[in-house]
Design a protein around this ligand. Structure first.
Ligand SMILES: Cc1ncc(C[n+]2csc(CCOP(=O)(O)OP(=O)(O)O)c2C)c(N)n1
Ligand SMILES: [Mg+2]
Length: 555
């Protein structure tokens, strides 16, 4: 007869055998057997992060980088709910995460037992799969069942479209006893992923070959994705324009990354319209681009993606092609190629460089503001670094500058929360070992300051905080600043001392209040000094909003 907690020991071993390497553990007592099992199997490589919300986002950063499932382990109760933001982000960004949550025995749910809530299926609306392990193993069949669902959960998380899964683990006392050795007949089920070569139907090829002006819009994607490798080669075909923002991470001089600036400045006079729009990848940041495509009457529109539903961002999808972008682009490559000799592509490229040089001119003359910081920082980022963009005006400002091919861009754009940007950046810094520049707003930093509550906070994490003392984004959007509750309830103006915050967590702190000091401090700030550092740059939100508006109106 197997040991009642045999599955707990086997769980960690199955994780390891199926290639999982990163385990993030938050503290607790109900989870003690799980912690024993994971540290027994993975040893020192397990990472301890106390705050589960931060742990979830830290894991997300690692999984964004590796594209492999990362395991999260926590105790029962509200700890479980604190994973929810990161899991939801992972769901919408198709990032593989596995939440392993300790639970009380079933008979004690809703019985006023300590630290207990209904955990089974708790993330139901934004999870690829939810599993409950047996409470105790009382037969070989129980163990067979546990082995199978652990395999299934890992495969589900890692297979397209990737995403989060939940393994809930009811645990009976005793919680601190020794565990047995792993099963001899542990089951590792290997999943054979289908190849990616694809035969597309003739009618689809026909539509592609007959199009005159194709616009590929590729949304957020991870650096080095297959689509990133394939897309630039499609530009041999003169009918194609590729619009991909910095977070799409598509390299190439001819990729247009500043569509937001082009389309904001075009005032209805945009470059030539496409007759076929092909949409792939994750979220697109630019509202101007989304609006433009929604208005592009007459154009056909394909959505390529492994998601099950139809993503019709531009309200004009005529075909949904449920395969990976890489497989479809590979199958289309070389089909119908021609250099139309039309001005279509040139019109987009000259609009891109004109928008860029006009904005450069304006920024050189602008007062010190958020815009000026971005202009300067975009030139100072060292090649080979990672840039983690905060969700606020930060990511919008960063769209105003051409993407830097030497830099990898990440952001939590699945659902754009400000609550985990810094923790994800810490995860990226941890796993990559590369200089990781987290660009965050003051609210984003303070909200997620528990990202800094990490004994092993990577020294290569460099945090640039644009402190405009509230949500600067609400100054640049049309509408909010006329609201009666603007200052207190929307901008959420605050007096937090960021210097003290950085000191509390033992970070090196730098400060700049003008462009010259920013430049002077930069070298020290990004230098490897054995601990993470934070550079606070303070700006006036009114001046910043005026500079932004000026750019948009000359633009
Ligand atoms: C968890 C969460 N709460 C609220 C919001 C709404 N929100 C979007 S941006 C923003 C303000 C961000 O301010 P800050 O980080 O200072 O950046 P800034 O816009 O000033 O650059 C808020 C509250 C959100 N995205 N996520
Ligand atoms: Mg702010």
């Amino acid at each position: 007869m197997p040991h009642p907690k045999q599955h707990i020991v086997d769980l960690a071993l199955i994780f390891r055998e199926k290639g999982i390497q990163q385990i993030i553990i938050s503290p607790g007592s109900r989870s003690a057997p799980l912690i024993r099992s994971f540290i027994g199997c993975f040893g020192e490589s397990c990472i301890s992060i106390v705050d589960e919300r931060s742990a979830g986002y830290f894991a997300l950063g690692i999984a964004q980088y590796t594209q492999k499932p990362v395991a999260l382990v926590c105790t029962s109760g509200t700890a479980v709910l604190n994973y929810a933001p990161a899991l939801a982000e992972a769901y919408y960004q198709q990032v593989p995460l596995i939440a392993v949550t300790a639970d009380r025995p079933r008979e004690w749910i809703d019985q006023q037992d300590n630290q207990t809530l209904r955990q089974s299926g708790i993330y139901s609306s934004y999870i690829k799969g939810s599993y409950d392990l047996p409470q105790v193993i009382s037969s070989e069949d129980d163990l067979w069942f546990a082995h199978r669902i652990i395999n299934e959960a890992i495969d589900l998380s890692a297979s397209p479209a990737k995403g989060p899964v939940h393994i809930n683990v009811p645990l009976t006392e005793p919680l601190y006893e020794e565990l047995p050795v792993p099963s001899e007949n542990i089951r590792i089920i290997r999943r054979a992923e289908p190849g990616i070569s694809l035969e597309l139907p003739d009618e689809l090829i026909h539509e592609w070959e007959n199009a005159e002006r194709i616009m590929i819009v590729h949304g957020q994607d991870f650096p080095g994705s297959e689509a990133a490798l394939l897309l630039p080669s499609l530009l041999n075909d003169g009918r194609i324009v590729i619009l991909a923002e910095n977070i799409a991470n598509i390299p190439g001089k001819s990729i247009i990354s500043n569509s937001n600036l082009i389309l904001s400045r075009s005032r209805g006079n945009s470059p030539a319209n496409p007759d076929l729009v092909v949409h792939s990848g994750g979220q697109v940041v630019s509202k101007a681009l989304t609006g433009y495509l929604r208005r592009s009457a007459g154009a056909k529109c394909w959505r390529i993606g492994t998601e099950s539903g139809i993503i019709d961002t531009f309200k004009r999808v005529t075909r949904h092609i449920p395969h990976s972008a890489a497989a479809v682009y590979r199958a289309l490559s070389g089909k119908g190629n021609r250099d139309t000799g039309s001005s279509y592509r040139t019109s987009w490229q000259s609009a891109a460089s004109e928008a860029d040089s006009k904005s450069g001119e304006m920024i050189r003359k602008a007062s010190f503001s958020d815009l000026v910081i971005f202009g300067r920082v975009s030139q100072l980022i060292p090649p080979g670094s990672i840039v983690a963009l905060g969700n606020s005006s930060i990511i919008r400002y960063s769209q105003l500058f051409p993407a830097n091919e030497q830099v990898s861009y990440y952001s939590n754009r699945g659902i754009s929360g400000i609550d985990g940007c810094l923790s994800s950046a810490a995860g990226l810094a941890h796993i990559s070992g590369k200089l990781t520049l987290a660009l965050v707003g003051d609210l984003g930093l303070i909200y997620d300051s528990n990202a800094l509550w990490n004994r092993d906070l990577p020294a290569n994490l460099k945090i640039l905080v644009v402190n405009n003392r509230g949500g600067g984004i609400f100054h640049i959007l049309k509408g909010p600043s006329d609201h009666p509750g603007f200052k207190k309830f929307i901008e959420a103006h605050h007096p937090v001392n960021i210097h003290n915050l950085a000191e509390a967590f033992g970070l090196d702190y730098y400060y700049a209040g003008d462009e010259q000091t920013l430049e002077n401090q930069w070298g020290q700030f990004i230098q490897e000094r054995g601990r993470a550092s934070l550079l606070e740059v303070r700006t006036d939100p009114i001046v910043s909003a005026a500079a932004f508006r000026q750019l948009m109106s000359i633009a």
